[in-house]
Design a protein around this ligand. Sequence first.
Ligand code: TMP
Ligand code: MG
Length: 211
Amino acid sequence: MESNKRGAFIVFEGCDRVGKSTQSNQLCERLKEKGIAAKKINFPNRSTIIGDVINRFLKNTQELSHEVIHLLFSANRWECMSSIQADLLAGTTIICDRYAYSGVVYSVAKGLDLDWCWAPDLGLLKPDAVFYLKANPDQLASRGSFGNERYEKLELQRKVSDLFDHFNEKESSYWHQFDAFETEQELHSKISTIAENLLLQVADKPLEKLT
Ligand code: TMP
Ligand code: MG
């Protein structure tokens, strides 16, 4: 018989190089091992035409104004929304590395207005949970963790980190903060426990939108 339980929409957020990719991949693999339908995605989705422009911007081969790149990041989410919704309704859990919160936080860190930045993402699907991997950017830098992409600079990451903290406080009903410097295994274990409970809690709930 066809199940009408929906999947959960789980987002990972945090500064560059805090381990979001590792943790989101591990969570997805763990769910699949347990026989749960799950799919890992990430934003920016660099595989689309818009994503290719974003990739060139991040690799510093394409210059774009703050406003234009902001709107492209948002459009990159919108172009994936119908497929995410279809997967969730078909019972597949979506594990998403970065979402609209990154969109707002990086642009506000560059000086754009917060309300202006949030507006294009209004109406996107709302995650059931955000797993926020928190790390002090100075500590990340001292470990030589940053790479060469446009935003991987200590000064900007400090602002980004403060802005993520702000979201974490404001959206505490569905944000979960983790210490990114805990061991990979400890983090994985805590995250999986919360995710597996969440799956049961949201299975019969309607999808919500960002407001
Ligand atoms: P990534 O390192 O997760 O691939 O993301 C690339 C960079 O893009 C990262 O520095 C965060 C930034 N970003 C934005 O500025 N706005 C967005 O909407 C998203 C999803 C990412
Ligand atoms: Mg990065």
